[in-house]
Design a protein around this ligand. Structure first.
Ligand code: PRX
Length: 641
């Protein structure tokens, strides 16, 4: 039995949702009349230029929320605050890795966003056009995003760690006409060049008209005349008069690529009104934010967590959001705690991988700093093992701060299963309960609900406002991937169980998707990269338990005829994958093999390989073996499907 941690009394007293009874009442109202519930939330949290005629149009699996309404996300994140006491409140509190600081108030951020929106507008970009944003963690990244949403330009942020190949595939799939980037960024004290990858990708992307480059590092950056433009030069001619465009509630807002079960990433499409409503509401329910809070989500904006919980959620809710450019160990392992101490961070949201990396370095790093400003902690991206939870709770939160273990996915847009910190008694390792309006269930292979303490597939029974609307350019894949398996319900791809108290325990993926440091990566994507190497005949890739990153990439490779030095080739293949996809996908291990296990129909049995790497090397306290075996069993059912 794990410990149960009730909300601290002091915390509960002041919380937005102050008790389990209050949570149950909200949940009951949402369950009984979801449309009335979400309409009330939308009305309270969001500015609408025009109201909706209908809350939900559900032509399964395609949803429209707040039908006919008009709003603008940039307006909600900026304009509505600058006529209030928040005008001179800090919106983004940024720290560069070398140590520079910028504090952008809502008024200043509004000004910069208007200027950049004006730049885009004056170059002819308009609602419905697609922009790729490939930038480091600097304020100009959210500025570019908010400038796009101001004009209805659909943005797709590509994580700066992705390679030129990955960038190219995304530009092409989206048919983007502009790339917004920077010369480079700082990571562990060194410059990481970004523009060089753009130069490699763009010649094969005929739709691109302009590349706009922000000067972050000032290092030597070749510019192609006619195509490339310095941000600061365009900005010099911009005006600040650029009103936010009233957009349809279902106007496509952004596409974020994520790994699926094939080699081709999926462009997850999110729209306007439903997304901003649910993301904003969660800031109060889940992060219990108050106007005086300083909030810090340590994710990268290139992933969904950064979109929803560094940029759009916090700014729409009028929060001061901390943003840090660099790595957690630079110049040493107390960088994060220095930031918490310096800015008196109250709410901190991070990943189990980061927590485990910090545990390994020892308590003396956090203990050397005053962390007394913290009142709430969050975790996201992968299951958090109870030992890491306890460390986070005791060493960082000094047993005073509740932890919200938030479960959700790129496709969900916002957090769906999570504790509410003033209400929910916590069990380390459990994401606890759904937020109001979300109806999850756990079912067996035939779609029948399983009983308490039984493992099964995690599904969602009802649509929610911030859900993905489709896969860009591929509605059939959207249906097939998420909705056909359990008709009428959304299939998450995760295994879960619910205990006798109704707590949800998410166990991990049941499909061919790995979760490395909370980053989603498909086995097929890595396999496709490997077989592009001239020495490789066949490859099978599986996730293997890893003490720090949750899972690590493990590759089984058969080679073409020839004399190969396995040591050297192993190194080369690891580097090859990093170049083809990005550094974060670099395999931990390459195993050479004469043959791969296959079914009679010729399908590689990854399930067996998963078992091999799992039973060989279960390390420390990452996941319990039992949980892994559940995932393996459920995955086996799918193999046979
Ligand atoms: O397996 C679940 C895991 O991360 C997957 C979603 O990955 P992605 O779309 O990249 O989004 C990550 C950040 C929202 C899920 O299918 N996952 C995410 N959060 C948790 C989690 N697993 C367990 N507990 C969590 N809190």
């Amino acid at each position: 039995m794990s410990n149960v941690y009730p909300p601290p009394e002091e915390f509960a007293k002041k919380a937005h949702v102050p008790s389990m009874d209050a949570y149950r009442e909200l949940y009951r109202r949402a369950e009984q009349n979801p449309e009335a519930f979400w309409a009330e939330v939308a009305e309270r949290e969001i500015h609408w230029f025009e109201k909706w005629s209908k809350v939900l149009e559900w032509d399964a699996p395609f949803a429209k929320w707040f039908v006919g309404a008009k709003t603008n996300i940039s307006y909600n994140c900026l304009d509505r605050h600058i006529t209030t006491h928040r005008k001179n409140k800090v919106a983004i509190l940024w720290e560069g890795e070398p140590g520079e600081q910028r504090a952008l108030t809502y008024l200043e951020l509004h000004r910069l966003v208007c200027r950049f929106a004006n730049v885009l507008q004056s170059r002819g970009y308009k609602a419905g056009d697609r922009a790729i944003i490939y930038m480091p963690m600097i304020p100009e990244l959210p500025i570019a995003m908010l400038a796009c949403t101001r004009l209805g330009i659909i943005h797709s942020v590509v994580f700066g760690g992705f390679s030129a190949e990955a960038l190219k595939a995304r530009i092409q799939d989206l048919g983007a006409t502009v790339v917004i980037t920077a010369d480079g960024s700082y990571r562990r004290g060194k410059e990481v060049k970004l523009k060089a990858a753009v130069d490699e990708a763009v010649p094969e992307c005929p739709t691109i008209q302009d590349v706009i480059v922000y000067q972050r590092t000032g290092s030597d950056t070749p510019m192609q005349i006619g195509r490339d433009h310095w941000w600061h030069e365009l900005d010099a001619n911009a005006t600040e008069d650029c009103p936010a465009l009233p957009l349809d509630s279902e106007h496509p807002m952004f596409v974020l690529y994520t790994s699926g079960t094939t080699g081709k990433p999926k462009g997850i499409l999110h729209t306007t009104g439903g997304y901003i409503t649910q993301v904003t509401a969660g800031m109060k329910w889940i992060f219990d934010l108050r106007d005086e809070d300083t909030y810090w989500c340590s994710a990268d904006i290139g992933w969904i967590t950064g979109h929803s919980y560094i940029v759009y959620g916090p700014l729409s809710a009028g929060t001061t959001s901390v943003m840090y450019e660099g790595s957690l160990d630079f110049p040493q392992f107390d960088r994060w705690w220095r930031i918490v101490e310096k800015y008196r961070v109250n709410v901190m949201y991070t990943s189990p991988t980061a927590i485990r990396a910090l545990i390994r370095q020892g308590e003396h790093w956090p203990n050397a700093h005053d962390l007394s400003s913290l009142r709430l902690l969050g975790s996201v991206g992968e299951p958090i093992n109870p030992a890491a939870w306890e460390w986070y709770h005791t060493v960082i939160g000094k047993s005073r701060c509740p932890i919200v273990d938030t479960w959700w996915q790129t496709e969900n847009g916002s957090i769906l299963i999570t504790p509410l910190p003033g209400a929910t008694p916590l069990k380390p390792g459990s994401a606890t309960f759904p937020i109001p309006g979300i109806i999850p269930d756990i079912v067996d292979f035939n779609g029948n609900p399983v009983g308490p303490d039984r493992e099964g597939y995690l599904i969602m029974r009802r649509p929610w406002p911030s859900m993905a609307r489709t896969i860009w350019g591929d509605p059939e894949r959207f249906k097939e991937q998420y909705w056909n398996k359990f008709p009428g319900s959304y299939f998450t791809g995760d295994a879960a169980r619910r205990d006798a108290d109704g707590y949800f325990w998410v166990l991990g993926r049941v499909d061919d998707v790995m979760n490395v440091s909370g980053h989603r990566l498909s086995t097929m994507e890595v396999e496709s990269a490997l077989v592009r190497h001239p020495a490789v005949a066949e490859a099978a890739v599986v996730g293997k338990p890893h003490e720090i990153t949750g899972q690590a990439v493990c590759c089984f490779v058969t080679l073409k005829r020839g004399e190969w030095n396995h040591d050297e080739l192993g190194k080369e293949l690891r580097q090859w994958v990093a170049k083809e996809i990005g550094g974060f996908a670099r395999p931990e291990e390459i195993r050479f093999s004469d043959a791969l296990p296959k079914t009679r129909s010729g399908k590689i049995m990854r399930r067996l390989l998963r078992e091999i790497v799992t039973t060989n090397t279960v390390a420390g306290d990452v996941t319990t073996l039992e949980d892994m075996s559940v995932v393996t069993r459920l995955a086996a059912q799918q193999d046979e499907d």
